[in-house]
Structure formats: C-alpha cells, structure tokens
Design a protein around this ligand. Structure first.
Ligand code: ZN
Length: 106
C-alpha cells in the first residue's frame, strides 16, 4: 500500500514534467520545420527571381522540400505561407522564435 502511494506521488510529480517536456520537444521540432520552410521559401524566391511581396504557397515550395512534402507540426498545427518576406507561421506555435537566435538572419 505504501509502495502504491509512493509510486502515485512520484507519478504526480513526474507526469506534468513529462507533459511539459513533450510540449517543449514538439515546439522545438516545429521551430525547425519553420526554419526549413523559411530557408526553402527564400531559395524558391531566388531561383524564380520573385520579389519580396510575391505570394508563396506550400505547393510552390513542395518540390524543393525533402520527400517533396510539407513538414508536419508535431503539435498538430498547420503551416501558413503568405509572401516571400513574411516568415511562415504555425497555427499552434506561431512564428519562429528569433530570441533563441536559431532563426535570426545571419
Ligand atoms: Zn507547430
């Protein structure tokens, strides 16, 4: 009985941490997808000599993506592409996190 109580207590502590860790991992993977989409979008714009305000869609850049498919957000979000100078966004995670410096222009 005591063992069950201890396991219960440990689970009560560990489960929220695990959930948070899973969310953090999903966000991180999503940020990488957004980063990839941004890079591929810019590559597409350069290849086709598109202006900054040119519209871009998933179908436009698909041929340049790995397996010719749009990446999927691990959090269940969907990606939105608008124009060449607008970074892609995720319906769940929003924009790329430039604070961490990963997606900041170099
Ligand atoms: Zn996402």
């Amino acid at each position: 009985m005591i063992v069950v109580a201890i396991i219960g207590m440990l689970a009560a502590v560990a489960i929220p941490n695990l959930i948070q860790a899973r969310k953090d991992a999903a966000k991180k993977a999503c940020q990488q997808n957004l980063n990839t989409l941004e890079t591929v979008m810019q590559q597409w714009a350069v290849d086709r000599q598109k202006s900054d305000n040119a519209n871009v869609s998933g179908d436009d850049i698909k041929p340049l993506l790995k397996n010719k498919k749009m990446p999927r957000c691990p959090g269940g979000g969907s990606y939105t592409l608008t124009t060449v100078d607008e970074p892609p966004t995720c319906s769940v995670h929003g924009r790329m996190d430039t604070e961490e410096g990963e997606a900041a222009p170099k």
